[in-house]
Write a protein that binds this ligand. Structure first.
Ligand SMILES: C[S@@+](CC[C@H](N)C(=O)[O-])C[C@H]1O[C@@H](n2cnc3c(N)ncnc32)[C@H](O)[C@@H]1O
Length: 221
């Protein structure tokens, strides 16, 4: 990690901590549209356990648990994960969710081939360098069982905020304290090497709107 990457990473962790403290449950209680779609993909693939990366306060992790999946939720914000655990108790699904504070720049804290699916909504497009994103997808590959499903979403270069705000290099731009790596189609394709790719689907979320791709890819059995 370069000095600039380290400073950006530290600043982003602080920013998310402050954001979740100031705006508890900021994404709301309803699951995201990608999570609803992912649950049907996971059911069709007979998935039982899901690792969620960048789970935040857990709108999607809680939904997966309510749908009967066992969920390991990770995020680098302890504040977000505390809100998730509180909601899990309130909703009676605490027995199906575990939380781990983890920065995805580090290797995943899991053994090889131990989960059926990995879900990451708007996590790979955080302030991660292209090199860190490739390393993370290598880790996702390592922890998935054969035939496992990787379901992720990212903001892309068609988004209104792409190319505006503070430029950090490597297609990372910062707005209002939030740094985003806007994905090119070439990057999505490169991350699918060695996987079976099932779908790249464009969709929008929020008021801006954020423009995203939803990607589903699977490991060979
Ligand atoms: C755009 S939010 C999405 C949260 C959640 N997936 C949702 O849709 O409700 C991105 C999340 O990624 C987390 N995050 C950002 N960079 C991270 C990193 N390097 N390691 C782990 N989590 C990170 C943030 O704390 C935040 O919760």
């Amino acid at each position: 990690m370069t000095e600039h990457e380290r400073e950006l990473a530290d600043a982003q962790r602080e920013h998310w901590q402050h954001t979740y403290t100031a705006h508890p449950g900021m994404y709301g209680e309803q699951p995201s549209a990608p999570a609803i779609h992912a649950a049907s993909v996971f059911r069709a693939a007979q998935v039982r356990d899901v690792l969620e990366l960048g789970a935040g306060h857990g709108r999607d992790a809680l939904y997966f648990a309510r749908e009967g999946f066992t969920v390991q939720a990770t995020d680098f914000s302890p504040v977000g994960l505390r809100q998730l655990r509180y909601a899990a108790h309130e909703q009676g699904v605490a027995d199906r969710i575990t939380t781990t504070v983890h920065d995805v720049r580090e290797p995943l804290p899991l053994p090889d081939a131990c989960v059926d699916a990995v879900f990451a909504h708007m996590l790979l497009c955080m302030a991660l360098s292209t090199r860190e994103i490739h390393a993370l997808v290598g880790e996702v590959r390592r922890v998935l069982r054969p035939g496992g499903t990787f379901f992720y979403t990212v903001r892309h270069t068609g988004d209104a905020h792409y190319g505006t705000g503070i430029a950090h290099g490597d297609d990372i731009y910062e707005h209002g304290g939030f740094a985003v790596h806007y994905f090119t189609r070439d990057l999505v394709d490169a991350l699918a090497g060695g996987w079976t790719r099932r779908e790249v689907h464009a969709f929008e979320e929020g008021d801006l709107p954020r423009r995203l791709w939803r990607i589903t890819q699977a490991l060979p059995r």
